[in-house]
Write a protein that binds this ligand. Structure first.
Ligand SMILES: CC(C)(COP(=O)(O)OP(=O)(O)OC[C@H]1O[C@@H](n2cnc3c(N)ncnc32)[C@H](O)[C@@H]1OP(=O)(O)O)[C@@H](O)C(=O)NCCC(=O)NCCS
Length: 185
């Protein structure tokens, strides 16, 4: 196992190793999980995301991580903190959080539990002035999660992504600024 970064009641969020690509492809790169993220992605796209996360940790100390279930040691998600990655987003200076959870683990509170820890980490350890999350109106589960995390709709940051079909546009943003976030009890 690679270095654990954050530990919660039921999860470990750890850095991404070379061995994580195969299970990521099988467990997380599925039609259901990727429905709102452009569909199932080629192996090289996921490998490039892993490489970007490793580079993020090496140069800045943060990136996306593997979400591992403590009870089983299994990979159950991929989530983390980075700078806004989409080249068309109007706010490349912001920190961005993102997540996917394995479909047989949905609605257990894993994304909420993981992302509270990631937001704490972003504000307390990495001194993020503002943390955003990006989704689409049709990804109801994702924006409801943003609202449950206390994030505020930031419509002025919405943008169009011509690579996505019209139904997936615009990309919409939610935001949290330091001071709006209460530390995890
Ligand atoms: C979005 C996603 C990460 C949620 O993960 P999860 O672990 O099931 O979420 P949680 O159990 O922590 O849910 C937390 C809250 O999010 C909201 N939520 C999550 N899934 C939802 C759904 N399908 N419908 C409506 N609200 C949902 C609810 O408010 C929920 O709180 P509640 O259970 O008290 O009602 C998961 O559905 C997923 O991986 N989806 C596919 C990938 C994806 O679209 N990622 C986001 C890209 S922007």
């Amino acid at each position: 196992m690679t270095t654990p970064v954050l530990v919660t009641e039921r999860l470990v969020l750890r850095q991404i190793g070379e061995d994580d690509l195969d299970p990521h492809m099988t467990l997380l790169n599925t039609p259901a999980v990727m429905e709102h993220l452009g569909g199932v992605q080629p192996r090289e796209v996921i490998a490039a995301k892993h490489a970007a996360s490793r580079e993020g940790f090496a140069t800045r100390g943060y990136g996306f991580m593997i979400m591992e279930e403590r009870a089983t040691g299994e990979m159950v998600g991929h989530c983390g903190l980075r700078h806004v990655a989409h080249p068309l987003a109007p706010n490349p200076e912001d920190f961005e959080i993102g997540w996917v959870v394995r479909e047989d683990r949905w609605r257990r509170g894993y994304a909420f539990e993981a992302m509270r820890a990631v937001i704490d980490w972003g504000f307390a350890t990495h001194n993020a002035p503002r943390i955003v999350a990006i989704t689409t109106a049709r990804n109801v589960g994702s924006w409801r999660l943003m609202e449950k995390l206390g994030m505020i709709r930031a419509a002025h940051l919405d943008f169009n992504d011509p690579a996505m079909p019209p139904a997936y546009n615009p990309a919409i943003q939610y935001a949290l600024v330091q001071g709006q976030w209460g530390p995890t009890p």
